[in-house]
Design a protein around this ligand. Sequence first.
Ligand code: PGA
Length: 257
Amino acid sequence: MRIPLIAGNWKMNCTLAEARELAAAAVAAAKGFTDRQVLLAPPFTALTEVAKVLDGSGILLAGQTVSWAEQGAFTGEIAPFMLKDAGATAVIIGHSERRQDGVIGEPDNRVNPRLRAALQAGLMPILCVGESLATREKGWDETEGWLKKQMDEGFAQLSLDEARRLVVAYEPVWAIGTGKTATKEQAQEVHAYLRALLAAMYDKSLASGVRIVYGGSVKPSNIDELMSQPDIDGALVGGAALDRKQFTRIIQFQAAN
Ligand code: PGA
């Protein structure tokens, strides 16, 4: 049984006042729902304030990235213990905006060390994978190959028990912030492929337990159909998570099965 996860990634947005307001709206929206988990990933500066608003609500708090190092001379990075100290229990790792050349340009080989540092500290990592438009246009074989490479890199050296603690986010780069959502069929196809990969990398029981969430222009108008797909276990929401009404509707999704 995989509990659906609705995660809001606020990216580089929000004053403290805005963050408090958005967090309070998420608390109100999630109230009474015991069949789903909600998670917020505010910018680092707002973590402690948001933690106060979320206190007792059951909503999870996450960082948007974390350092591979324990602490020390790494200007601009944030250590796992700092995230925990601020109240976070989860962290997004390998988001395409961090990986993309010309945006932040973080090398792919940084993803796994960050992930292992997060696990070591007891944080729940959300590993993002996804293909670019150029890769998708080259066809399914290329897309599969790309996703397999990112999954192999992400899960490198992880034991079965560690791998169990991850959430995978499939975020096709061409659908992020573009208004172009993958169709429910396109998303389901990739999610099923990722689950099959996990079964091959570990075993069937692990593959059926790991949550695979979809991200890329998730909106009130497509959340229900996405959540009705058998292998879509939640959503990682960017733009629509910054709008109280939209995120409330997304939290309150109704799946058809
Ligand atoms: P979007 O972003 O919902 O604005 O497309 C999703 C994400 O980057 O996590």
